[in-house]
Design a binder for this molecule. Structure first.
Ligand code: ZN
Length: 224
């Protein structure tokens, strides 16, 4: 009984907090940024189903290795943009303080060519996998954590880690890109996939419970 009551009380508290931040004012919330036209090396660059990224040779100048960063584990060598790597390390330290275990990188940067060759024909037919021109992994700003698996399997193994990320990742300006299903984000829900956004926007999106894709779509419709 006490657990149920506690959850209920917590939810009421959260709802109270959220309701105090309303009313939702779209025009003040939306930044005047033209996401369709940002330079490739802009940290806020948007890539998605409706916004292909065809710069096959893209490589930003500020790449650093993720190895040897505290409380980040990876089986392979990964590079990441420096600002995002610093933020990821801070997040991993906070995560470690909570769980006494490292954040594990299952996948980070994936090139256009790799994405093109690695996805199977069956995968291409669905919205399970990003095509080579729509993957955030090309930006050196996105990671898949622990295991590149589907929502159900991921949650059965890593629910408590996910819950922590859901509550805290935005403080380090990371965002779960695919969380509201295909109609909104173009893909299945991916609790493993976190993308660095580099601004307060990550916190705003978390607060309003919308994804970057939804935000960009709203932003575009407002700017028309
Ligand atoms: Zn991913």
């Amino acid at each position: 009984m006490s657990i149920t009551f506690f959850s209920f009380a917590q939810n009421q508290k959260i709802w109270y907090k959220l309701s105090r931040t309303s009313p939702f004012n779209l025009s003040t919330f939306l930044a005047k940024i033209d996401y369709s036209n940002l330079p490739d090396d802009n940290i806020q660059k948007f890539v998605g189903v409706n916004k292909p990224f065809n710069n096959v040779s893209y490589e930003p100048a500020d790449l650093v290795p993720l190895q040897w960063r505290s409380h980040i584990s990876a089986q392979a060598r990964h590079t990441f943009r420096k600002e995002a790597a610093d933020a990821l390390e801070k997040m991993a330290n906070a995560f470690y303080n909570e769980f006494w275990t490292n954040i594990v990188i299952a996948s980070a940067y994936r090139s256009y060519g790799y994405q093109k060759n690695s996805i199977s024909e069956s995968c291409k037919q669905s919205w399970r996998c990003a095509r080579e021109w729509e993957s955030e992994h090309q930006l050196w700003l996105a990671v898949d954590l622990w295991e590149a698996t589907n929502e159900e399997k991921f949650m059965s193994k890593y629910q408590k880690y996910y819950d922590w990320l859901h509550d805290n990742a935005h403080l380090y300006w990371f965002h779960q890109s695919y969380q509201h299903w295909r109609e909104f984000d173009g893909y299945y829900i991916e609790p493993r996939h976190w993308r660095y956004l580099g601004t307060w926007l990550a916190t705003k999106l978390r607060e309003k419970n919308i994804t970057f894709t939804q935000y960009v779509n709203l932003s575009n419709s407002q700017n028309k």
